[in-house]
Design a protein around this ligand. Sequence first.
Ligand SMILES: C[S@@+](CC[C@H](N)C(=O)[O-])C[C@H]1O[C@@H](n2cnc3c(N)ncnc32)[C@H](O)[C@@H]1O
Length: 284
Amino acid sequence: MSTATEKTAVDKAEEYYNSTPADEFYFKIWGGTHIHVGIYDHAKEPIKDASPKIVHMMASKLKLDSNTKLLDLGSGYGGAARFLAKKFGVQVTCLNLSETQNERNRGLNKEAGLDKLITVVEGNFEDIPFPENSFDIVWSQDAIVHSASRELVVQEVVRVLNDSGEFIFTDLMQTFDCPKSILKPVLDRIHLDSLGSFGFYVEQARKLGVKKTEVQDLSEHLTTHYQRVMEETQDRYDEMVETCGKEYIDTMIQGLKHWVEAGKNDHLSWGIIHMNKSNVDQTA
Ligand SMILES: C[S@@+](CC[C@H](N)C(=O)[O-])C[C@H]1O[C@@H](n2cnc3c(N)ncnc32)[C@H](O)[C@@H]1O
């Protein structure tokens, strides 16, 4: 059962991602396909070039084909879904509470001729609307950060995965010793009061009987990514103020500065967490 605080976090995420300024900001500045941290070969690499690389990196850890049933939690505009469906023929279900993003996602899937392979469902990943043993893979990128009940999200994932299922995801996290005073302005940008950590997720997996969990720390890319988002927003300031409003853009730039600063001071973490429910290695 959800507590009042959990409901508030879900409501806030829904309201935020459905709002016109946020939708316009993510669609225009982040490139219209992906809304997650990218993998950067150099500090000035365009966001749209860096973003797909993490999707490819995650996919390379899995055995994927046209029999694979995959659930993407907090699927944004569906960039990962289209890549997985097109490249491997994967049957993807996108679960996302933002109907604004879901509409864009459905439209882009249709345009790409992938709407038969990708189903877009409105819903909350703290209460996944599917029975147990429904999926081979659960996938998620930079979305669980929005939950005030991450323990419950992992529990739900384990429930809907089949017995040899795998959960692969990235999340924006804090380092073990990040001071609370540093975290506060960082969290204000996403209206939350805590972040997960690599240790937290490894411990959740252990408690739920998950047999194998691997982590790949890619934290250095988080700072570069937020620096790039900030630069892009500053470079296109007038255009973005006209689209999203001055207050939204000024608050966003201020928030991004806190993320860059906290990242540079090694207070934030980001990377891939890969859980296997069984000991059987599914990798090709
Ligand atoms: C930073 S975006 C990432 C989008 C997408 N995964 C990507 O990488 O492009 C976070 C996403 O999580 C979704 N989200 C946040 N809280 C959610 C919840 N409780 N249930 C389902 N989706 C949620 C948002 O609507 C948004 O699409």
